[in-house]
Design a protein around this ligand. Sequence first.
Ligand SMILES: [Zn+2]
Ligand SMILES: [Zn+2]
Length: 762
Amino acid sequence: MESYFRSLEEGVKRAYSIALKARSRGFDPELEPEIPFAKDMAERVEGLVGPKGVAPRIRELVEEMSNEEAAIKIAGEIVKGKFGKFDDNEKTAEQALRTSLALITEGIVAAPLEGIVKVRIKKNSDGTNYLAIYFAGPIRSAGGSAQALAVLVGDAIRVGLGLNSYKPTDDEIERFVEEVDLYNTEAARLQYHPEPQDIRKAVKNIPVEITGEPTEKVEVSGYRNLERIETNSLRGGAVLVLAEGVLQKVGKILKYVNKLGFESWEWLGEFAASRVTDDSEEKDVKIEPSFKYIKELVAGRPVLSHPSEKGGFRLRYGRSRNSGFAAMSMHPATMVLTDDFIAIGTQLKTERPGKGTAVTPCDAIDGPIVRLKDGSVLRIESYSQALKIREDVDEILFMGDILVNYGDFLENNHILIPAGYCEEWWVQELEREKKSKYTEYLDIENIPDEEIAIRISEELGIPIHPRYTYFYHDLTLEEMKLLYDMLKKGEVRDEKLYIPLQEKHLLEFIGVPHRIEDGYIVLQEFKSLLYCFGLVNGNFEEAYSRVESTMELVNSFGIKVMEKAPSYIGLRMGRPEKAKERKMSPAVNVLFPIGRNGGKTREVEKATRKGKIKIEVVYRYCESCSKVGITTLCQRCGEPTVFKRKCQSCGYTGDISESTCPKCSSRLNLYSERDIDIKILYERAKARVGSSGREVVKGIIGMTSLYKIPEPIEKGLLRAKHGVYVFKDGTIRFDSTDIPLTHFRPREVMVSLEILKMLGYD
Ligand SMILES: [Zn+2]
Ligand SMILES: [Zn+2]
C-alpha cells in the first residue's frame, strides 16, 4: 500500500516538473502551474488559504489533537501574530477564520475561500465593537459541523482581539426568524428547520454576528432596511450556518465548548438537554412514507417506485464491490426491465436514507418478479434472462432489492429500519446450529430445495429459507383467508400443485412463481406455501380466528416465517449519467478566435488564406521593446509582457489598474480589436511542431472571457493530429462517473497485469 502511494506521489511529481518546465517557456498565460502541489493536509491548507509558514505548525498540532481543536488553536495563534502581521484586525480575523475552517475541512472544499466573504468589526449601540462574519452560499460545501465550528472559531477570534459580544436588536433577531422560513420555502429545503424560539435564543446569545451576502433574488418583506444588515435579500450562507450549522449541531459545538472552556455559550446546554428528550422520542417513531423525493418531477425521468409502496424496492443492507457511500446497487435485470432508463451510474432520488444516490448493478441480490403476457409469474435472476423475456413482460410485480450500505444511514443520521429476510441472514442462523448435518448450505449460493428447507426449519427451529419466504405481510388477513380457500382446492399431480384459476392476483402480490395451464394455476414451488397456510399441519380456521396480523397467522403452523420485505424504498430517476468526452459544439481543437474567416467548418487554415484577420484578443505589451502582442513572453525579445487596457472608443492605452478611459470615460478592456497576421502564426506553429500539413485544425469564432487570451495554435495542431478536442475552459477531458469500486479484475478495466503491477498493484 505504501509503495502504491509512493508511486502515485512520484508520478505526480514527475508530471508536475514537466508542467513547470513547460509553463516556464511562456506559451501559456501563467509561467507556473496554478495549482500548488501539496503533499499533505497541512500543505493543502497553507496552499488554499495561507498564511505562509502555517503548514509545519498544523502538522505539529494535529499530531497531538483533533483537527477541530487544532483549528481553534491555530486561529488563536494567527490572531496573536505568530505568522506575521496583517493589514488590520479585520484582515487578521479573516485570515484566522479561513485557515481554521480550511483545517476543519482538511483543505478539500472551497468553503474557506468562497463560503466566507469577509469579516468586519462593527459597533454595538452601546459603542462597543464586535465581530461580524459574512457568509456566502458555498459555505454549504463545508457541511453542518464545520459551519457550526466556524462560528465557534469566530468567537475565539473575537475574544483574542479583545472585542465585545454582538448585541443584536430585536429587529435583527426577528429578521433571522423571517429569513430562515423564507429560505426554506423560496430557496432550498433546509435539512434542519429550527423553531422560531430556537432561532431567537441562538441569535440573541451567539457572541458574534452571523450575516452575509445576498444569495437569492428574493427579499424579506417584514424586517427590511435594518441599519446593520446591508441587504434586504436572502442571506443564504448566514441562514445555513445558523440552521444547519449551529442549531443542528448543538452537540458538536457543546463538546468543544466544554472541552476548551469557552465562555458565553452556556445557553447551548439547555438546547442540548431538550434535544436529548427529542432523541428518545424518536426511537418510537414509526417510519412513514416520505414524499419528498417525488415532489419535483422532471419529464422523461421516471418514478421507479412510490414512497414505501409494496412491490417497490426492498431494502437490503450491505455493500458490493461497486457500491458504498451514496452509491447503491440494484439487480441488473431490474435495469433491463425498467427499459434501460437506469444505467450504471444513473443518479437516483431516494425516499431514504438520504436524498440521492448513484446506482450500480449487483447480481447477488434479489432481482425483480414479473408477470408475463401469458399470465405466468417468475423471478428474474439474471441479466440474460431479463433480456430474453423483456418483450413478454406484462407487469413488474416486485422491483427487486436495493442494496444500501450502513454508512448511508449513519451519514444521513437516519435510524436503521427493518431489513427483509435474506440468504446471508439465514446462513448465520444455520451457522449457529453448529452440529447440524446441513453444513453444505452454509454456502450462500447453495439453496436447499423446498423439502430440505422445510426439514431444516422443523429440525433446527430456524426460519424457513428466504427463497421460500413470500411477501405475506403485503396481504390483509381477509386476503389471506381468500388465498387459503383457493389453495385448499389445489391438487398435487407430478410434484406440482394445480389450483383452479381464480384470485390469481393474491399469488402475484406475495410473489409466488406460477404459470397458467388449461384453466389451472400451476405451482412448482408450493410446499412451504401450503405449510404457512396450515395445509400441512394445523388448523387455518382456528388460527385465523385468533391472530391479529398476517405474519402471526403464517407463524401459527410449526415453522418460523420472517418478513420478506418489511421496508420498501421509493426511488425515482434523478438525472441521467453522462460519462463522455466533453467537447464544444461544433467540436474545436484550439481556443483561437478566427471570426467568420474559417467558414462553416471554422478551419484555421481557411482563415490563413486571408493573411491578416480582425479579431478581439488580449492586449499585452513588452516594456523592453514596445511590441504589442498576445503572448506571455515577448515574441521579439523574449522578455515577459504586461497586460494593458484599451479604450474601444478612442484607442487610449491604459494600465491594468485603470478601469475607465480618462479621455472619453468609456470602459477600458483588457483586449482590443486589431489585425492579427494569422498566416504567419499558423506557418510558424506548423514549423515548430513539425506538422505533416494534413491536420485540419478547427478554431472558434470569438472569445467571451475577460482577458481573451487565445491558446497557441501549436496546441491546435497537436490536438488535431491526435484527434482530441478542447472544451471551453481549455481542458481536454473525459467526464467519468463518480462511483466507488473496491475490487476489479484486470480484464474488466482492460489493463494488463504487467501494467497494473507497474502502477503499484500487487
Ligand atoms: Zn520585447
Ligand atoms: Zn477613450
